[in-house]
Design a binder for this molecule. Structure first.
Ligand code: MG
Ligand code: MG
Length: 252
């Protein structure tokens, strides 16, 4: 069942997402080579707790940190580490979840460290644009997989691939709720459930330069591309309305 959230609930989901957006905004502006991925994690956790929130990922299925930092060929769920410092030319996907007052926020960005290759920049641009292409389809009356199909066609039209093993999701009083929001049109004729005003979705294309295939490393978390080519990830939490989606994981 896909939950329909009241306007009051949507404001609560927005409030938790604003903490997420504040932190990701800081990272977007201020991350440079030399900082360890653990320092990013500690900074995020401090801000979350200062704002009265709880890091949603910490302890989720025993994940050990507040943020996922996934570098270069890492797709998602990278574990922050004291040893791994950001280097010039890295791309870092930073995924963050916050619980505040019973409601969750979830958003992700990919940032370039120092000067990055044209190839990496293009991948990041296409992935970010794919997120907005998907968001555009998220409106009452559309079918869920119109989002999926639009993202897939856009990404594949640029010669990249969309990850199959991880998908977006509903979000609200749990971090992951129904429905799953794939970034590809699932097999079969159906276009999925009809979207209704008040549904809240985390849309999150994960885009690979090469094959869509990924595998999980021995740490049981870090997903990498099988061909070790670059991957990028952008995510927003949005509320479905009768018109344009209401993007909740932004500051204003
Ligand atoms: Mg996320
Ligand atoms: Mg998510």
């Amino acid at each position: 069942m896909i939950v329909i959230r009241s306007p009051q609930e949507i404001e609560k989901i927005r409030n938790s997402n604003k903490i997420v957006a504040e932190i990701l905004g800081k990272f977007e502006k201020g991350v440079s080579a030399g900082i360890s991925t653990l320092e990013l994690d500690q900074l995020a956790e401090k801000i979350i707790r200062d704002r009265g929130g709880v890091p949603a990922f910490k302890g989720y299925r025993d994940f050990p940190a507040s943020v996922c930092v996934s570098l270069n060929e890492q797709v998602v769920h990278g574990i922050p580490s004291k040893k791994r410092k950001l280097k010039n030319g890295d791309i870092a996907s930073i995924d963050l979840g916050v619980l505040l007052d019973g409601y969750f926020g979830d958003s992700a960005i990919t940032i370039g460290v120092g000067s990055i290759s044209a190839k990496a920049r293009k991948l990041m641009e296409v992935t970010k644009d794919a997120l907005y292409v998907g968001i555009k389809e998220a409106r009452a009356g559309n079918h869920l997989y119109q989002i999926s199909q639009a993202v897939q066609e856009f990404v594949e039209g640029h010669g990249y691939s969309v990850v199959r093993d991880f998908v977006g999701h509903g979000i609200g009083t749990s971090l992951h709720e129904e429905p799953q929001v794939p970034n590809f049109k699932p097999d079969g004729n159906g276009m999925g459930p009809i979207l209704k005003k008040g549904m809240v979705l985390a849309i999150e294309p994960m885009v690979n330069v090469g094959s869509y295939k990924v595998k999980v490393l021995k740490d049981n978390w870090t997903a990498v591309t099988v061909d070790r080519q670059l991957s990028a990830h952008f995510e927003h939490s949005i509320a479905v309305t009768d018109g344009e989606a209401d993007i909740l994981s932004v500051l204003n």
